[in-house]
Design a protein around this ligand. Structure first.
Ligand code: HEC
Ligand code: HEC
Ligand code: HEC
Ligand code: HEC
Ligand code: HEC
Ligand code: HEC
Length: 441
């Protein structure tokens, strides 16, 4: 069995250099796409991840499959190195335990502990009786893959560096993202510069006029005294007749009006781009991205009800009872629990009370991805509202999107009727997705 591992890891080593290069490229690409088109990035990103997974699965390696399985199921609690996380570091695990034991343990660790296995009981107590999630659905091949990946990650420094390189790639992309200014940003900067130049021009003119009025000829040709007011009026008239000054003033005025209108339009309930600072520096990029913790693990309502739910501090404690508990940010979770006070997260997405939106209908029934509405949450340090959440946005999607009727007996009759009497696929608009009363109480 161990020989088999060695072979796999040799394969894996070469492959992982390629994969890491590939991931780097993909990450860069994704980063760049983000700069040019935030919304369009969502599908492109999905495709890229898919492609990366393909490349990973393609070569041959169990280890490649194992890597994906590890990241999705185990990385939240285990390191591949010897370093402790929620559970022990898995380095050298195949030397500590034999394969059948590992299969039993991973399928159901509680059963192994209950059977009185001394190693298991000792380990369990050592980790404060933290329960490892059971994975009965992982086949023996899956588990071999995971173990091969753990070995590979430890055996060769190059292979070990692969995840780090990938992470570096992602970080690189992030730097590109914040480093390269977007087109819109450049445009705004240029517009600001123009406005400032114009304002400067006008100010200069005013200063000249005023100083002329104050210090200019105090007497006319006839020697009469001319009042300060008259002089000011005369100079202002000359200025007003100057075409350059006139157009400059008009431009400043127009630009100010346009800016005020845009600002005004944005303030009417539309909060796209809103990304408030949160009381704890919780990062989706770290938790949902790097550690691939499932969205449902924390947002427990998405499949079941109207609200997605924000996780309570207890859910954080499943891990942070052990992980990084000395960090000041994590201490805030402890303080909240000790004081029996909920953490006061700042709400980001918020529809007005007269609109009804239900998560389970969209996530569970329609099978939509969170990212279609929320953008690439798993890449955000701080959650930002990516979609406008306007009525037009809801309606637009309802017009374009097919109802997910597959395997849903509820829709069978409707699909038959639709196919008989109408052309094209069954859209949400065909099942009442545009009716006022569906979205308004
Ligand atoms: C929710 C956290 C959690 C997850 C997820 C998890 N584990 Fe564990 N694992 C633990 C804990 C905690 C222990 C220590 C024993 C205990 O307390 O039950 C452990 C122990 C182990 C051990 C024994 C380690 C040793 O040094 O003897 C192995 C092997 C293991 N886990 C493999 C896995 C694999 C493979 C996965 C993914 C398929 C996984 N674990 C997912 C928490 C987790
Ligand atoms: C480890 C727990 C955890 C995981 C996993 C997680 N989230 Fe969150 N999420 C939170 C917490 C805590 C908040 C509130 C703080 C904030 O806004 O950052 C939040 C906030 C949000 C919000 C904004 C809520 C609002 O106020 O409008 C969205 C949207 C969201 N998460 C989507 C996701 C998606 C999509 C995923 C999976 C890719 C995910 N979350 C994974 C814990 C989690
Ligand atoms: C499934 C496990 C898991 C859950 C649940 C979880 N975290 Fe984490 N969290 C981690 C891991 C792993 C790290 C990275 C620790 C490290 O950098 O060594 C982390 C890091 C953090 C950090 C950064 C700490 C620092 O100082 O670097 C914060 C803040 C944090 N988590 C907050 C939360 C909050 C708030 C919740 C609940 C909404 C939560 N976490 C739930 C696993 C989890
Ligand atoms: C069809 C679009 C859509 C999809 C898909 C979607 N959301 Fe939402 N989400 C929204 C809207 C709209 C709101 C604001 C709801 C409100 O204010 O009543 C929201 C709000 C939230 C909130 C804030 C708390 C709440 O429920 O009001 C969280 C957290 C959240 N979504 C997480 C998720 C996660 C996780 C997924 C994927 C499993 C997901 N969403 C999928 C549109 C969507
Ligand atoms: C990304 C596409 C998308 C967006 C954006 C979206 N929806 Fe939907 N919505 C769907 C789909 C698909 C269904 C069909 C679900 C089903 O099969 O019942 C649906 C169904 C519904 C239904 C039930 C309709 C019925 O007749 O059963 C309501 C109500 C609804 N959406 C409200 C909203 C609201 C409110 C918003 C905006 C805040 C919104 N949706 C945004 C895709 C979307
Ligand atoms: C798919 C869901 C959906 C349907 C169908 C729908 N609305 Fe709306 N409507 C919304 C949402 C969401 C908002 C809140 C938008 C915002 O906050 O900008 C809204 C806002 C409004 C407003 C407040 C003005 C505004 O734009 O903010 C009015 C009035 C309104 N809807 C009337 C209607 C009427 C009349 C119909 C039927 C012809 C209808 N709506 C159908 C989702 C819907």
């Amino acid at each position: 069995m161990y020989k088999q591992f060695k072979k796999i890891s040799l394969f894996g080593q070469k492959r992982s250099v390629r994969t890491s290069l590939f991931t780097l490229l993909v990450a860069l690409l994704v980063g760049l796409t983000h700069v040019s088109a935030q919304d369009a990035a969502a599908p492109a990103d999905g495709a890229a991840t898919g492609a990366a997974a393909d490349a990973g699965g393609g070569a041959s390696g169990d280890a490649a499959k194992g890597e994906a399985l590890f990241k999705n199921n185990c990385a939240a609690c285990h390191n591949v190195t010897a370093e402790k996380s929620v559970g022990p570091g898995l380095k050298g695990i195949t030397e500590r335990r034999d394969f059948p034991w590992l299969v039993d343990w991973i399928h159901n660790s509680q059963a192994v502990i209950a059977s009185g296995d001394p190693y298991a009981v000792k380990l369990y107590n050592e980790y404060n009786q933290a329960q490892m999630t059971p994975f009965p659905n992982l086949s023996e091949d899956d588990i071999r893959g995971i173990l091969a990946y753990v070995e590979q990650a430890n055996a060769a420094p190059a292979a070990g560096a692969a995840p780090a390189a990938a992470a570096g790639g992602a970080a690189g992309a992030a730097t590109v993202q914040s480093g390269a200014p977007s087109d819109l940003f450049v445009l705004v900067l240029v517009a600001l510069l123009v406005v400032m130049l114009l304002v400067l021009g006008v100010l200069l003119v005013i200063v000249t006029i005023l100083s002329k009025a104050v210090t200019g000829d105090a007497t006319t040709a006839e020697g009469d005294k001319v009042s300060f007011g008259d002089r000011l009026k005369r100079n202002l008239l000359t200025a007003a007749n100057n075409p350059a000054i006139r157009s400059a003033t008009i431009w400043v005025f127009i630009l100010l009006v346009v800016k005020a209108t845009i600002d005004g339009a944005y303030s009417i309930g539309v909060q796209q781009g809103y990304a408030p600072k949160q009381p704890i520096a919780f990062s989706h990029k770290l938790h949902a991205g790097e550690y691939s913790i499932d969205c449902n693990y924390c947002h427990t309502g998405v499949n079941r009800g109207k609200s997605a739910h924000i996780p309570s501090a207890n859910i954080c404690m499943n891990c942070h009872g052990v992980i990084k508990n000395e960090s000041p940010e994590i201490q805030k979770i402890y303080t909240a629990i000790e004081n029996n006070q909920p953490i006061e997260w700042v709400r980001v997405h918020n529809l007005p009370d007269f609109a009804y939106f239900n998560h389970s209908q969209h996530v569970n029934v329609a099978g939509l991805e969170c990212q279609q509405c929320h953008g690439e949450i798993q890449q955000m340090e701080v959650v930002e509202q990516r979609s406008s959440l306007t009525m037009g946005w809801c309606i637009d999607c309802h017009r374009k999107t097919d109802v997910n009727t597959k395997g849903n007996a509820y829709y069978d009759k409707l699909v038959q009727l639709h196919d008989k009497y109408s052309e094209g696929s069954l859209k949400v608009s065909d099942i009442g997705g545009l009716e006022c009363s569906k979205c308004h109480y």
